[in-house]
Design a protein around this ligand. Structure first.
Ligand code: NDP
Length: 481
């Protein structure tokens, strides 16, 4: 059975305790590889390697850093099919989704930040006749990146690329549930000639490896994407150590549909924004609010189309939804469907585990599920489910829908459908959300600030925001003679 290795000091190494954890293929429901069960000792080795590389990498001209990162982007592109297959097996997502979205985005993350660093500049402020201020942006040193399982390589590289572009050395931990593409990336970094110690990948459990990273005094900043509870724990440990923190956390995103929308476009996109990646994208819209005049029509069309979605073999050309990521996650999602029924909801589509035939008979699949008849403030509509489950609700006024939309503790993303430009701007302005899409969903410009309000996070990723996070500003004030 394949053994994944840590990547420390430029080498692929076994965990220091020699212990491994099982890594599952969720579409089959069985173990297919082993992942290091690393400990704080491995984190220590990774930090030492990063520290050793730190000064040389910080002093490497941006153009040279950029060239190596572009090489890594080219190698990911070269291996796109292999990486997409690995991502699909590890995560359960449809292969065609990994080919179209996950791996191309990992290429873009490296190439975007490889060039962004060449355009990154610092500010100067002149105090007329008195002094000149200029602000240097220096690398922080050793930084930590911790990422989740839903978009494994996509989100892992979204953190690593700006960190190393800015001249930092990184200790990174992918999710223990989906480690494979991070491991394959370490092989590509070696092939690309990334200097030893610039990127170190330690595999293992959050409470062991992630927590050792958060506690480590020499790791000066943590960029984390994952659940709000984990983010809370990281902030509790890191804040008294005055670490820089970027936290991208959970969401419970509203999808606001007005009667005057472009109906066909809205319906097609709403199916994607509800069920793409089995609903396991932090940006999926899980609470769908529909203006009353079109509620019945929407309900009928949406239910009909969702019942036609194919849940099945992630390799299948026609598959729309693959497996959810793990048995524990499947059970969590199913428990929320049960809760929705207890809260008085009616299941209009799905609602159950999907049992497939043949080699997928033990896989962890869930039918795409639509629930109606719940109040906006019940638990099902307030807590993040992070699976193929959406609720639908009618509304009559803008005021009412904004009250519903803004009622959760989260504020990550919102989608608004209307052809009325003034209404679109008005509602976008009032919705409490770090990201708002009007008449579209998941259209991403990597230069824009990415992140959430309220309990969906602290700080923003993307573009120069990420490069600012991964640098320390130093202002120098020179008095005129
Ligand atoms: P978790 O918070 O469970 O895990 C995220 C990462 O943190 C994993 O690598 C995990 O390791 C690690 N971790 C767990 N415990 C600790 C700890 N005590 N200290 C340090 N690290 C730890 O999230 P999931 O992986 O379940 O991902 C799903 C969540 O991510 C959802 O809430 C989703 O909304 C959110 N998310 C947010 C996004 C955003 O941009 N805002 C984007 C994508 C997802 P291990 O896997 O071993 O537990």
């Amino acid at each position: 059975m394949q053994k994944i290795k840590n990547y420390i000091g430029g080498k692929l190494v076994e965990p220091s305790n020699g212990q491994y954890l099982d890594n599952y293929n969720p579409a089959i429901g069985s173990v297919y590889s082993l992942i290091p069960d690393s400990t704080s000792k491995d984190v220590e080795l990774a930090v030492k390697a990063a520290e050793k590389a730190s000064e040389a990498w910080a002093n490497t001209p941006a153009k040279e850093r950029s060239d190596i990162m572009s090489k890594i982007a080219d190698l990911i592109q070269r291996d796109l099919d292999k990486l997409a297959q690995a991502e699909s097996i590890d995560n359960g997502k449809p292969l065609k989704l990994a080919k179209r979205v996950d791996i191309p985005r990992a290429v873009d993350n490296f190439s975007f930040f490889a060039t962004a660093i060449l355009h990154f500049s610092s500010e100067a402020h002149s105090m007329e006749g008195i002094a000149l201020n200029y602000t240097l942006r220096e690398p922080i040193g050793v930084v930590g990146c911790i990422s989740p399982w839903n978009l494994p390589l996509y989100l892992f590289t979204w953190k690593i690329a700006p960190a190393i572009a800015a001249g930092n050395c990184v200790v990174a931990k992918p999710s223990e549930v989906t480690p494979m593409t991070a491991y394959l990336l370490s092989e590509l970094c070696i092939e690309a000639g990334l200097p030893e110690g610039v990127l170190n990948i330690v595999h293992g459990l959050g409470p062991k490896v992630g927590s050792a990273m958060t506690k480590h005094k020499k790791i000066k900043a943590i960029s984390f994407t994952g659940g709000t509870k984990t983010g809370e724990e990281i902030a509790r440990v890191a804040a008294p150590m005055f670490k820089k923190l970027s936290l991208e956390l959970g969401g419970k995103n509203p999808n606001i549909i007005f009667a005057d929308c472009d109906y066909d476009k809205m319906l097609k996109t709403t199916i994607h924004s509800s069920f793409a990646n089995q609903g396991q994208i932090c940006l999926c819209g899980s609470r769908i609010f529909i203006e009353r005049p079109i509620y019945d029509k929407f309900k009928e069309d949406f239910v009909k189309k969702v019942k036609q979605l194919i849940v099945g073999d992630p390799d299948g050309d026609k598959t729309n939804l693959g497996a959810v990521v793990s048995e524990a996650h499947m059970n969590k999602v199913l428990s929320y469907i049960k809760l929705a029924e207890e809260e008085g909801g009616t299941i209009l589509a799905g609602g159950k585990r999907k049992i497939l035939d043949g080699k997928h008979k033990d896989g962890w699949f869930i039918e795409p599920t639509i629930i109606e008849g719940l109040s906006y403030d019940c638990r099902t509509n307030q807590e993040e489910i992070f699976g193929p489950v959406v609720t639908i609700m009618p509304f009559d006024t803008e005021e009412e829908v904004l009250k519903y939309a803004n009622s959760t503790e989260y504020g990550l993303a919102a989608t608004i459908w209307t052809e009325d430009l003034s209404k679109a701007h008005r509602v976008a302005d009032l919705v409490e959300s770090g990201i708002v899409w009007v008449n579209c969903w998941l259209v991403r410009d990597l230069r824009t600030p990415f992140g959430g309000m309220k309990n969906s996070g602290v700080g923003r990723e993307g573009g120069f925001e990420a490069l600012r996070f991964f640098t320390e500003p130093k202002n120098i004030c020179v008095k005129w003679a």
